[in-house]
Design a binder for this molecule. Structure first.
Ligand SMILES: Cc1cc2nc3c(=O)[nH]c(=O)nc-3n(C[C@H](O)[C@H](O)[C@H](O)COP(=O)(O)O)c2cc1C
Length: 362
C-alpha cells in the first residue's frame, strides 16, 4: 500500500510509531509523540484494567489535537497452567542467589506477571475507541479481532518471519509490524516459540530488519511497519526506502523525559555495557533482548529450565528488587535493542520530529 494512504488511514502526519514498551512508558509519552504528528502507543500487558484507563486519560489530557490517534497494545499469549515441577526446578536453579540475598523461596508470591487480551480488554477498546490496536505474540481469538475492527480500529501485529507475516495476513490484520532481530524487549515470535526444548534452534529463524522488511514487503500485500534497530532519521529513511510504510521505534525513546525507565536502566543504556545485548528467556520465559548482565552470563541467556512465559517472572522478581536496593542491575531485565545510538534525554515530541526529519510528506 502507498505510504500516504496508510498514514491517512491511521491519521498520522509522520511515518513514526512509538513502540509500545511495557514498564517503560504510558500515556504521557504516547501524547508527546501524538503532538509531534506520530502514533503514540500505550502498552497494556502489565497494567490492570484501571491502570489502562488511567493511562488513556493521561493521553487525552495531554494531546493538543483531541482527535489524535492512539495505539493500545496487548499481549495475546495463552497463560499456561503453573506446573509445580517446573517452578521447583526454576527455584532450585536460582537457589544460590536466594541464599546470597537471604530470600526464602517459600515466601515468593506466585503470579503470571503479564496478562493477555481478554473480554475486559475488549470492553476498554470498545469504550475508548483507539484508532489502532496492536498485538505481540500473534493474535487473540478471531472473534476479538473482528470485534475490534468493527469498532473502527485497525489491527496490527508483530511478525518476526515472513511465515508469521503470511499467517497474520490470512487472519485479516490491517498491517504487519516486521520486527527485526535487533529489536529490544520481547520478540514477537509466535509460530516457533512453543517448543521450549528447542528454543535456541527456534531463534535461528530470526533475522535482521534489513533482511526481514524487504522480504515481508514482497511476500505480503499489506502495509509493513519496520521495527528493530531504527535509531535516527537515516534509519527511518532506510526502512522506508526498503518498502516499509512506517517505522516503529522503541529503544531510542527509552531515555526521553516522559519515559519511566529507572535510573539504573538509564545508566546502563547510556554506558558501554549497552553495546552487548542478547536474547534471553530468563526474566519471563520468552526470548527478549536486554543488556547482558550477571545472571545472563552465569545461567546462560537461554536456559531450558526456565518456566513457560510468563511464569518465570515471579521467582526472579525478588532477586531483582534485592540487587537493585544495592544499585545493581545483576538480576534486572535491562531491555534494550542492539542500537542505542539514538537514545536521547529529550522530550519525545522533539525526538519524533527528529526521527521523521528526512521523510516528511509534502
Ligand atoms: C523496553 C521495551 C519494552 C517493550 N515492550 C513491548 C510491549 O509491551 N509490546 C510490544 O508489542 N512490543 C514491546 N517491545 C518491542 C517493541 O514493540 C519494538 O519491536 C522494538 O522496540 C523495536 O526495536 P528497537 O527497540 O530497536 O527500536 C518492547 C521493546 C522495549 C525496548
Amino acid at each position: 500500500m502507498n505510504r500516504s494512504v496508510f498514514q491517512n488511514s491511521v491519521g498520522i502526519k509522520l511515518p513514526i510509531i512509538q513502540a509500545p514498551m511495557a514498564g517503560i512508558q504510558g500515556g504521557a509519552m504516547a501524547a508527546a509523540v501524538a503532538n509531534a504528528g506520530g502514533l503514540g502507543s500505550i502498552p497494556c500487558a502489565m497494567l490492570s484494567p484501571d491502570g489502562i484507563v488511567k493511562e488513556i486519560e493521561a493521553f487525552k489530557s495531554a494531546i493538543v489535537n483531541p482527535h489524535a490517534p492512539l495505539n493500545l497494545n496487548f499481549f495475546c499469549h495463552q497463560t499456561p497452567n503453573p506446573s509445580e515441577a517446573e517452578q521447583r526446578a526454576w527455584k532450585d536453579l536460582l537457589a544460590p542467589y536466594f541464599n546470597e540475598f537471604c530470600i526464602d523461596p517459600a515466601s515468593i508470591a506466585e503470579g503470571p506477571g503479564r496478562s493477555p487480551f481478554d473480554d475486559i480488554s475488549l470492553a476498554i477498546v470498545q469504550a475508548h475507541r483507539p484508532a489502532v490496536v496492536s498485538f505481540h505474540f500473534g493474535l487473540p481469538d478471531p472473534y476479538f479481532v473482528k470485534a475490534i475492527q468493527s469498532n473502527g480500529a485497525l489491527v496490527l501485529s508483530s511478525a518476526t518471519t515472513v511465515n508469521e507475516g503470511l499467517w497474520l495476513q490470512e487472519r485479516g490484520v490491517d498491517a504487519i509490524i516486521a520486527q527485526g532481530l535487533e529489536a529490544g524487549g520481547h520478540r514477537g515470535i509466535f509460530l516457533d516459540a512453543d517448543s521450549k526444548v528447542s528454543l535456541a534452534l527456534d531463534l535461528t529463524t530470526q533475522v535482521s530488519s534489513f533482511a526481514l522488511v524487504p522480504q515481508m514487503v514482497r511476500a505480503t500485500r499489506l502495509p509493513v511497519i519496520a521495527a528493530g534497530g531504527i535509531a535516527d532519521a537515516l534509519g527511518v529513511k532506510a526502512m522506508l526506502d526498503l518498502g516499509a510504510c512506517v517505522a516503529q521505534v522503541g529503544t531510542a525513546y527509552m531515555l526521553c523525559d516522559e519515559a519511566t525507565t529507572s535510573q539504573l536502566h538509564r545508566r546502563a543504556l547510556a554506558s558501554p555495557e549497552a553495546q552487548h545485548t542478547a536474547l534471553t528467556n530468563l526474566f519471563t520465559g520468552r526470548p527478549a533482548r536486554g543488556i547482558v548482565n550477571r545472571i545472563m552470563r552465569e545461567l546462560g541467556p537461554i536456559n531450558s529450565t526456565v518456566p513457560r512465559f510468563p511464569l518465570a517472572t515471579s521467582a526472579i522478581a525478588p532477586l531483582r528488587s534485592a540487587a537493585e536496593k544495592h544499585g545493581s542491575g545483576d538480576f534486572s531485565a535491562l531491555w534494550s535493542g542492539q542500537n542505542t545510538s539514538g537514545c536521547k534525554a529529550i522530550g519525545a515530541e522533539q525526538l519524533t520530529k527528529e526521527l521523521a526529519a528526512l521523510v516528511i510528506l509534502r
